[in-house]
Design a protein around this ligand. Sequence first.
Ligand SMILES: NC(=O)c1ccc[n+]([C@@H]2O[C@H](COP(=O)([O-])OP(=O)(O)OC[C@H]3O[C@@H](n4cnc5c(N)ncnc54)[C@H](O)[C@@H]3O)[C@@H](O)[C@H]2O)c1
Ligand SMILES: [Zn+2]
Length: 358
Amino acid sequence: MQSIQSTDYFVHFQDEAYKSLRNYLNENHHSKVFILVDTNTEKYCLSGFLDRAQIDENFEVIQIQAGEEFKHIVTCNYLWNTLSEKGADRKSLMINLGGGVITDMGGFVASTFKRGIKFINIPTTLLSMVDASVGGKTGVDLGVLKNQIGLFSNPEMVLVDMKFLKTVSDREMRSGLAEIIKYGFTFDKELWDTIKVFTKIDLDKINHLVHRSVEIKNEVVLKDLLENNLRKSLNFGHTIGHAIESYFLESEDKQNLTHGEAIAAGMVIELFYSSKVFDFPLSLTESLRSFVMDFYGPVELESKDFGAIVDLMKFDKKNVSGKVNFVLLDAIENCKLDIQLSPELIEEGLRYYQKGLA
Ligand SMILES: NC(=O)c1ccc[n+]([C@@H]2O[C@H](COP(=O)([O-])OP(=O)(O)OC[C@H]3O[C@@H](n4cnc5c(N)ncnc54)[C@H](O)[C@@H]3O)[C@@H](O)[C@H]2O)c1
Ligand SMILES: [Zn+2]
């Protein structure tokens, strides 16, 4: 599978990934290598990685608890302290072996430790392969507010080994698929055409879906690294989706959603706005809604939740001067950026998600 060149680093796939890693380690002398894992990637991914990577360097494993609720500055503090205690210096390398929480937070910790040490991302979930590990965004949450603290910082390389997906739960696989659906609507209709007939995730098709998704994300990032315009398209589904995700994270009586579950709901709602504002074909909005309801199951939104969800959108990073900005579509593969909506329409979208057109 063809490697993909990003700004100043490559994304390598499958066997090529390990060859590139060994070459890189041989060519660059690191004082120490730190492998960051969470409790699940230590259990399911670490030994396979060590077998396939054959690292000769002096390395140490640093482990943290799994879960979005640990993607937080308190965990960073623990990681900076651990690096310091274990003698990390500016010639040390961090390998982030895990899902989006590990690649986002590991990248942030590495980029800020002693003004920055080098890091490599090895994504182990579908979501982190197709989205989080590529593009240079690193960071952590602030309370329940998603990704508020962080910086743009590129890894030395990203290594995608799809063997890691074997142990990823169905729920987490569906979470990653939501980002591929996002690429389908915003940049490549064929992706949506492939996925819309899935009743479960078809592993035979996953290699192509992953490679194509990385290609799309990378093309967008290369054109607009700092998200001044085109890259905003990749936030389709995320304005309302992040607010729903945060709301479920902070509500004690609600079970946490995966990122993809929230974004799938967010895309349905934002397509509804697209149909209302730009005449985006309602039949396509309806087909996404029915796919999302069947495949992900409904997110239990009640009318009493709407106000708090709308309030949470005030913290969205795309907002400027207090205005909430949406990414909508006027056709498949055609995004409209920085769109503002009335509070009435925002609520109507939430009701549409809940009840359909009735
Ligand atoms: N930086 C970006 O551009 C970007 C883009 C999209 C999402 N994100 C971030 O990514 C995060 C979501 O990523 P995620 O869904 O990978 O979350 P995650 O890292 O929490 O992984 C999901 C779960 O799967 C487990 N896991 C990981 N690999 C496994 C494996 N191979 N086998 C079994 N279990 C495994 C993890 O321990 C965790 O419990 C969010 O914090 C989101 O904000 C960042
Ligand atoms: Zn996302």
